[in-house]
Design a protein around this ligand. Structure first.
Ligand code: G4P
Length: 520
């Protein structure tokens, strides 16, 4: 059960296989889990608590749901919001980042910054979310620590400010130098990392003889880093100019307690968020929250619908009647839930930074605000650049009414973006997605929920740019480009590849062609 202890709400951004599941489990092991919301991927049967709300999800053994894991550490409540990130990478992965106050960028020491990490990082940068970097798998051979610092600086333009520095190169992990205290945190390997690896702290004078050489090398690099202005500075970290870095082995549980300490000591607590009209909503104000994800069909028998909201201000109490900002209607929260998936339990109270799920909240859409007291409306959750495009047609034309209703519903929920043009007509709209898995969700729900199986066919487009009505006219009939309109009125010019998008923009400077956030 939650209580009103201080909060930290964060997400892990990483590329598949960097160790997100492993570190999530390790964090939960160190802290005391309060609620679990399908946050952990169920690979290899490691956990049975994954929310398996759709058959296809079960078959794949992955979690499509993004929810939160809540735990207590050093008298703080930590909300770890999951970023679906394997083959289930989707627009939701990005949206989750609107619900967090900081992000942990998990980097595989052997691979450096990988594409999905970079995409997610760009969303963090766009939203001004401070990023803590964890270099993982230091127990395995990998890149040199200084080289990794260079990669961070070059590829994401953040100045790395290591808080710990490895003693021993990747694959020869002796421990870390705590750059703030000058201590040696010795690493001891445990069998399979099943239990907590003891983190033995000692002063520089007590460093064992066997580690003396590598310790001296680490001290030297540490001094170089200081000369190079790479010491942690809280202000530049919060401003998104620097990123504190630490070295870990999630598998061996090394660095996990250090990460929890960092989250408490450095990561920002929930704070004031401005409404669309600029009115600030302070955490101590009346209750308010915004929806960042809507999910239907979690239980095939009930066709239920869950709207996940992040609390911005005030105390939430179950049963509270809140106002839905976009309709002005009251909304009873009798069925607010803390834990999702099949193991649903009611939540009694929740506080700023927490994630709550509203059950059967048919009216709630992504980006919607709910509040009590003084009215507030938070800015919309942005849409992101789709990279996959398919046309959808009703398999049975006699079910066109159901087809239209289903597509409209999925569009409103933000499952996919629905694009139309006069040329294509209403019979076969274009569905646009950040990740291909979103199409499978559409197919499944159109068949089982809206009783209108569909036929999807791939389009050879990969890149979207925002344009306007003039651009739509000018680009009409162009090779390798098509202009379509989203239901919010935005015109998207979609291109077969980056090269063509670039060449079109260069050759036609008068045409508006703006990149969309992330991947664009
Ligand atoms: P993900 O959720 O980011 O995709 O990664 P996950 O935690 O599943 O980790 C991917 C693989 O990397 C796993 O191995 C995991 O055991 C390994 N791994 C994670 N952290 C570390 C680390 O600090 N050191 C080392 N050496 N390995 C690490 P796998 O063999 O692919 O899967 P599994 O059979 O162990 O589940």
């Amino acid at each position: 059960m939650s209580d009103n202890r201080p909060r930290r709400t964060f997400a892990v951004i990483s590329h598949p296989d960097a160790g997100k599941s492993t570190i999530t489990e390790a964090l939960a092991l160190h802290a005391r889990v309060i609620t679990e919301a399908g946050a952990v991927h169920g690979k290899g049967g490691r956990r049975a608590t994954v929310s398996d709300w759709m058959d296809m999800e079960k078959a794949r053994g992955i979690s499509i749901t993004s929810a939160a894991l809540q735990f207590v550490y050093r008298d703080h409540v930590i909300n770890l919001v999951d970023t679906p990130g394997h083959s289930d990478f989707s627009e939701d992965t990005y949206r989750v980042l609107s619900a967090v106050d900081s992000a942990v960028m998990l980097v595989d020491a052997g691979k450096g910054l990988e594409p999905q990490t970079l995409k997610l990082f760009r969303v963090c940068a766009l939203r001004g979310i401070p990023v803590i970097t964890v270099i993982n798998k230091w127990d395995r051979p990998g890149l040199a620590a200084l080289e990794l610092m260079d990669l961070i600086e070059q590829q994401i333009k953040l100045r790395p400010t290591p808080l710990t520095w490895p003693v021993g190169e990747a694959g020869d992990f002796r421990g870390v130098l705590d750059r703030r205290t000058g201590e040696f945190v010795k690493y001891t390997r445990t069998a399979g990392g099943a239990t907590r690896a003891p983190e033995l702290r000692m002063s520089a004078d007590d460093v064992p003889e066997v580690d003396a050489d590598v310790w001296a090398a680490a001290v030297e690099e540490h001094e170089l880093l200081s000369l190079d202005d790479k010491d942690h500075d809280q202000e530049t970290f919060l401003a998104g100019v620097t990123t504190p870095v630490m070295f870990a082995s999630a598998l061996q549980n090394f660095g996990v307690a250090q990460l929890l300490d960092l989250l408490l000591d450095l990561a920002p607590a929930p704070s004031t968020i401005d409404g669309v009209d600029g009115t600030p909503r302070h955490v101590a104000d009346d209750f308010s929250a915004f929806v960042f994800k809507v999910q239907s069909g979690m239980n095939a028998a009930h066709r239920d619908r869950m709207a996940y909201a992040r609390i911005v201000s005030g105390e939430f109490e179950r049963g509270m009647v809140v106002t839905h900002a976009s309709t002005g209607r009251p909304f009873a929260t009798k069925y607010a839930q803390a834990v999702f998936g099949r193991e649903v339990t009611s939540i009694e109270q929740a506080y700023p930074g927490d994630i709550i799920g509203f059950v059967n909240a048919q009216a709630l859409r992504v980006g919607d605000t709910v509040y009590v007291g003084e009215p507030i409306e938070f800015p919309p959750v942005p849409t992101f650049a789709p990279e996959h495009f398919m046309t959808a047609t009703a398999a049975d034309i006699g079910r066109f009414k159901q087809f239209r209703r289903g597509i409209e519903q999925l569009d409103q929920e933000g499952v996919v973006q629905v694009l139309r043009s006069d040329l294509r007509g209403d019979q076969s709209p274009v569905l646009a997605a950040v990740g291909p898995m979103q199409f499978e969700v559409v197919q499944e729900r159109m068949t089982n929920e809206f009783n209108s199986p569909i036929r999807l066919s791939s389009l050879d487009y990969k890149v979207a740019r925002r344009t306007d009505a003039d651009g739509a006219l000018a680009l009409r009939g162009g090779r390798g480009v098509e202009v379509l309109q989203r239901s919010d009125g935005t015109y998207l010019a979609i291109f077969t590849d980056q090269w063509r998008a670039g060449a079109t923009a260069r050759d036609n400077p008068e045409i508006m062609l703006e990149p969309l956030p992330a991947g664009g």
